[in-house]
Design a protein. Structure first.
Lengths: 261, 245
């Protein structure tokens, strides 16, 4: 059938996928440490139906040809690693990274995943774990009878022995950084995984070598901007409608010739 | 028997081709840096000894609308937009240069900076490579300065300057891949007058109202041509009836 139907179909499916990224962004507007996605669009190939500059006679050439595009496609979704807002929660084990860097999380299979979500808790063995129950790496264990955990901007974790009142260092929070954070693979559950595109992680102490300092008692909220997503949603919906209008117009044209002749 | 059926046929066929061009513009209504294609009809007359009535229709894409698209604020440091006239230069896989207005850049693991579609973007000294940085400052002329990791916020180092070109109007032509090149081929020299802003993206310059109106007009033109084809059919039938009687 006619090519404009397929051209508009590419428009519809690209807008459809874009709406999916927008709805995912909006659904995660209150997810701690969430980074929004952006749809990247690209125009598809052009077909030359009549070559511009072809000879129309020995001494003259066609001033313009007919090049027809074949539509649009969504090439990528791009994670945007801009900072979310820092929200003060006053919870002892809540941490926010004020700048670059990721917390390292030890997964059950022994691999390391990375997150910006600093909502940590203590499990039954005293280990500091994420809300999913996976331990922070390098591991920090709060010994029994210790309280008042404080985390310095450089990641040093100290706790106070409730009986003697002495303060002891119980561990260090280390951060990892990537050359290209946008290349990380989002695993869900606020976790990211290293890929070839992200490069190998470099570990370091918070606040050093470009890594952000840690703020205790605060969380980094989602970096989704609701107004921006709403505007994108309006744009997507209208673009979708116009592309479907083209399909119905071409459909009517084809119907017309079928009925009239 | 008159063959005006064929003339109406070209009218209807070219209107459908035109519809495809408009459909492509509308499909790219949210493509960053997309430039809408123009469309025109031309009459191709083939006059013989008879009454000069044979003028066939032809659809053409005379060029591309290079006016600026809408600017959108994104606040991302590697989103660049050109203010006014000018183009970014990108390197094609074969080493040649092409030009685009899409400034949604990304930096890969080697530090090479590419467009959203993965083509290396050119600086004055070849494809742009940025070392790891904490803060990127883009000057109005495309000069890139960075603060390295862990460095003092005040110590900015100038690393490169984007290759921004500005050929005379009408010299650029859209290729089969949607990128622009000089009509006669060849590479352009960098132009210091081109202005760039960061944290912004240039959207598509497709005017949806324009395209929708054009689509309606092509549809009506098509219907009129089909009506003429129907008239040709009726006339043929009438003359066939005369012969039968």
């Amino acid at each position: 059938m006619h090519a404009s139907l397929w051209v508009s179909k590419t428009g519809l499916s690209a807008q459809d996928t874009r709406l999916k990224t927008i709805s995912n962004n909006l659904a995660n507007v209150s997810t701690t440490g969430f980074k929004r996605d952006r749809a990247v669009f690209q125009d598809l190939l052009y077909q030359i139906n009549r070559q511009p500059g072809g000879q129309s006679s020995q001494n003259t050439e066609l001033p313009s040809g007919l090049q027809l595009g074949t539509g649009v496609r969504m090439v990528a979704t791009q994670k945007e690693f801009t900072m979310g807002n820092i929200e003060v929660t006053d919870q002892g084990l809540d941490m926010a990274i004020n700048g670059r860097g990721f917390f390292q999380i030890l997964m059950p299979d022994g691999s390391i995943n990375y997150t910006r979500d600093g909502q940590f808790q203590v499990d039954s063995t005293g280990q500091v774990v994420t809300s999913g129950g996976f331990p922070l790496e390098p591991g920090i264990t709060v010994p029994e009878g210790f309280q008042n955990i404080s985390i310095g901007t450089d990641g040093v974790v100290t706790a106070v022995d409730a009986q003697t009142g002495d303060s002891t260092q119980i561990g260090n929070v280390q951060l990892a950084d990537f050359i290209n954070p946008a290349g990380l693979e989002a695993m869900g559950s606020n976790l990211f995984r290293e890929t070839v595109a992200s490069g190998a992680p470099t570990q370091g102490e918070p606040g050093q070598n470009g890594l952000g300092p840690i703020i205790q008692g605060a969380l980094e909220s989602s970096n989704v901007n609701v107004v921006e997503e709403m505007v994108n949603m309006i744009e997507t919906q209208r673009a979708y409608e116009m592309n479907s209008k083209v399909i119905s117009t071409v459909d009517q044209m084809l119907q017309f010739i079928g009925q009239q002749l | 028997m008159d063959k005006f059926l064929y003339i109406s046929m070209t009218g209807a066929k070219e209107a459908l081709d035109a519809q495809r061009l408009r459909a492509n513009n509308l499909a790219n209504v949210s493509t960053t840096g997309f430039k809408a294609d123009f469309h025109q009809y031309r009459s191709m007359s083939v006059f013989g000894e008879h009454y000069p009535s044979r003028a066939y229709a032809m659809s053409e894409r005379p060029g591309t609308d290079t006016s600026s698209g809408t600017y959108m604020e994104t606040a991302r440091d590697l989103d660049l937009a050109i203010k006014g006239d000018g183009w970014f230069a990108v390197q094609m896989p074969d080493g040649s240069e092409a030009y685009t207005r899409a400034g949604d850049l990304k930096r890969d693991v080697t530090g090479a900076v590419t467009t959203g579609t993965g083509l290396p973007i050119m600086s004055d000294g070849g494809p742009l490579v940025l070392p790891e940085y904490e803060k990127l400052v883009v000057g109005v002329d495309g000069t890139l300065s960075i603060t390295g990791l862990g460095e003092d916020a005040l110590s900015l180092t100038q690393v490169a300057r984007l290759k921004l070109v500005n050929p005379p109007a009408g010299e650029m032509e859209k290729g089969e891949d949607g990128l622009f090149r000089l009509k006669g081929g060849g590479e352009l020299q960098s132009d210091p007058e081109v202005q760039v802003v960061n944290g912004m993206l240039e959207g598509s310059n497709v005017n949806p109202v324009n395209e929708m109106t054009a689509i309606i007009s092509h549809a009506r033109l098509y219907e009129m041509n089909v009506k003429m084809m129907q008239a040709a059919k009726e006339m043929d039938e009438a003359s066939a009836r005369i012969m039968q009687n």
